[in-house]
Design a protein around this ligand. Structure first.
Ligand code: GLC
Length: 712
């Protein structure tokens, strides 16, 4: 038995059942509210040994005082762990995760999580409730901003990068925090995109498209997993033995502890699978939940359930053991105050180096969607009109999970442009984010007449995305589209910067804008990062991690659709289509332009037939056909032409981000093996099937060249 195990077993043997249940209880403080209820009596809860962890409690000063109560005023002096939603930054706010996913830059994403973890740990925190790795294919759902988009392959690599970033050199380092892979599972697929709604999908669809990022986060060593609010196949995740024991423990081999989402045990009563909280608590404990977030169900009822023999004390011991092991790993038994260093807090939080890292990953997250007449990059000496309700907003740059971020510490687009522009600059608001007030249009249109180019910042407020912020309509709110149309009608070049938490169905804006930039919510350095791109100091290279629909009527919409028995044929009535819209998205997954251009040669393979155990090398020459250096995300997709079940017409199986000098050509190679072609077959066994595969390569899911290979 390891020294850690010995230490934990010795402590476990001394604990009363009440003290054990206390360790399985997580409460929020009243420093923040991220769910329906908050508590004020947490200091007494600590003293009574009634909770072993707190969240929404940060800074060295606050956590030190709470920790003091735990280790000096309780019988066993077991230290607390402090958690917080450091989803995209603690005080230095990084771009929203969906924006970072658009960078397809795993090193930058890992660096971003490292910055967040370093600041969180310096502020007394041990645990972040991140990464959120829920695949999402429905932009009506507000939390798409928090994940990595629609694809399991990209989402898996990003999940692992974020876990590595948060946990850094390993738990026990005072710049590392426990990661928490959430929300297990399939929370990103609520029916109708409505928050907290039912999730219902086949096990095959789940395993193919939703499970992989959770698995990747666990494989990357995530210390904790959080259950989701939704039911899955009729069972709420917090009470699902299939999810929490069979899959998470049995298949993925997860050894950390499982925490529920906010009061999600209690919510099993509303789900209609438990008559009362006590019964819900037994469902949760029996399914494999180790810690109850904020519901106080374990605290109130679990000891009685054990006394009644409905839950074994061995199950309780399993949960407490995992929680104590995490506290040992964090070094808290050696020194409960090791994360309480004011000097480190002053040095690390919002440091210049972190701001620079935030600016860098923000630049990499920007997606150039249109650039007619090369209106971008902007000329610094142009007569510029900056207009739109988001142009001067700092608070919305924080995004929806802004941790301890402070709006006034954010750089707005106006701030960034003011610092970069050298010519005449006029600013007009034009309209509000929402509402039907057009009284600002005239002044904006008049100012446009005096400008060489108009830069419009439109989109959503940070409250319009994130948790509990689903939208049934996913266009630009209010009269913002009308503002863009009015400005475009002046005949002046109009560059539109979108600032939003989800793909927006904006066909008219996309058509009227001369240039269109997906600027997301980019965090503390938003304005500087956007200026870097808009003035060409950084050549944008972002690619969409989520399809952008023309209309909410197309949703759910994603690139890897199946062909159906009547694939769309424009020449035939009887094929899969709408009569009022094209099937295709407004902008496809993997799409993004550059200030230069790239050409792709025909892809080649070193063998056209191969067997299990052999590798196929796919190669393609990519050329920078323009006059400036740029980065390109070369993407590899595969199609299983005939299989025992219907398969996606294309599936991302590889990508590489490369930088090319002007007119430089490079041979890019991908290795494939039989194991890359496996799927859940007709009998639900996981494996490959011999036959023909189409290998496709390009700079977007909608712009590919293919070559065929055969698996024997
Ligand atoms: C919220 C969210 C979850 C978050 C938790 C704690 O309801 O669903 O993602 O980590 O509560 O704030």
């Amino acid at each position: 038995m390891s020294p850690t195990d010995e230490r934990v077993e010795a402590l476990l043997a001394r604990m009363t059942l009440a003290e054990k249940v206390g360790q399985m209880t997580l409460f929020t403080t009243d420093w923040g509210q991220t769910g329906p209820t908050i508590r004020a009596g947490y200091a007494d809860d600590i003293r009574r040994g009634a909770c072993g962890a707190l969240f929404n409690s940060h800074t060295v000063a606050f956590t030190r005082e709470l920790q003091r109560i735990a280790v000096e005023e309780t019988r066993l002096q077991i230290p607390l762990i402090f958690g917080y939603d450091v989803v995209h930054g603690y005080r230095t706010i990084l771009p929203i995760p969906l924006a970072e996913a658009a960078s397809w830059d795993l090193a930058a994403i890992e660096r971003s999580a490292r910055v967040a973890a370093t600041e969180a740990a310096a502020a007394g925190l041990h645990w972040t409730f991140a990464p959120m790795v829920d695949v999402a294919r429905d932009p009506r759902w507000g939390r798409v901003m928090e994940g990595a988009g629609e694809d399991a392959f990209l989402g898996s690599r990003i999940a692992a990068a974020r876990v590595r970033g948060f946990q850094g050199g390993g738990l026990g380092n005072t710049d590392a925090v426990m990661a928490c892979v959430k929300h297990f599972a399939a929370y990103g697929a609520p029916i109708a995109g409505r928050e907290y709604n039912t999730v219902d999908m086949s096990e095959r669809y789940f395993r193919e498209h939703y499970l992989p990022p959770y698995a990747a986060g666990v494989r990357a060593g995530a210390a904790t997993v959080m259950t989701s609010f939704n039911d899955f196949d009729g069972v709420p995740a917090s009470g699902s033995e299939f999810l929490l024991t069979d899959v998470l423990r049995g298949e993925l081999g997860f050894e950390g502890f499982v925490v529920t989402d906010y009061t999600s045990i209690n919510e099993m009563v509303a789900h209609g699978v438990a008559a009362n909280d006590a019964a819900a608590g037994e469902l949760a404990a029996g399914a494999g939940v180790d810690m109850d977030m904020q519901g106080a169900v374990f605290q109130r009822y679990l000891a009685d359930s054990v006394a009644a023999g409905r839950i074994s004390e061995a199950r309780i011991d399993d949960a407490v053991r995992r929680i104590l092991q995490a506290k040992v790993a964090l070094g808290l038994f050696d020194d409960p105050y090791r994360f309480c260093d004011e000097e480190r807090e002053r040095r690390e939080v919002l440091s210049p180096a972190h701001r620079e890292a935030a600016r860098d990953v923000a630049r990499r997250s920007v997606v150039l969607l249109k650039n007619d007449a090369a209106v971008l990059p902007l000329a610094r000496d142009a007569r510029l009109l900056l207009v739109g309700p988001l142009a001067q907003s700092r608070v919305d740059m924080l995004g929806a999970w802004h941790g301890a971020g402070v709006a006034d510490e954010c750089v707005s687009l106006f701030d960034g442009i003011t610092a970069a522009h050298q010519g005449k600059l006029e600013v007009e608001r034009g309209c509000d984010i929402d509402g039907d007030d057009r009284s600002g249009f005239d002044a904006a249109v008049a100012a446009a007449a005096r400008a060489d180019v108009v830069l419009v910042a439109v989109g959503e407020s940070a409250e319009m995305s994130g948790e509990a912020a689903a939208r049934a309509e996913i266009g630009l709110p209010g009269v913002q589209s009308a503002l863009v149309e009015a400005l475009a009608a002046t005949g002046k070049p109009v560059a539109v910067v979108l600032m939003n938490g989800r793909p927006l169905a904006i066909p008219t804006v996309a058509e009227r804008a001369t240039a269109l930039v997906e600027g997301w919510w980019l965090g503390s350095e938003a304005g500087n990062a956007l200026a870097d791109v808009l003035y060409g100091d950084y050549n944008p290279a972002g690619k969409l991690p989520m399809s952008v629909p023309r209309s909410v009527g197309q949703v759910p919409l994603y690139y890897g659709e199946k062909s159906t028995g009547r694939p769309f044929d424009p020449a035939s009535k009887w094929t899969s289509k709408y009569i009022d819209l094209p099937n295709a998205p407004l902008f496809p997954f993997g799409f993004g332009l550059s200030y230069t251009s790239f050409g792709y040669g025909e892809p080649g393979v070193d063998r056209s037939r191969f067997r299990a155990g052999e590798r196929v090398t796919v190669s393609v020459t990519v050329t920078n056909t323009g006059d400036r250096a740029g980065e390109e995300v070369v993407q590899l997709y595969v199609r299983d032409v005939v299989a025992s079940v219907t398969r996606p017409q294309k599936q991302l199986l590889g990508f590489e981000k490369i930088e090319l000098r002007p007119h430089e050509a490079r041979l890019v190679r991908f290795e494939l093996g039989e194991e890359d072609l496996r799927f859940y077959r007709r009998d639900m066994s996981y494996g490959s099937e011999p036959g023909e595969f189409e290998i496709m390569v390009g700079g977007s899911s909608a712009d590919l060249q293919s070559v065929r290979i055969v698996l024997e």
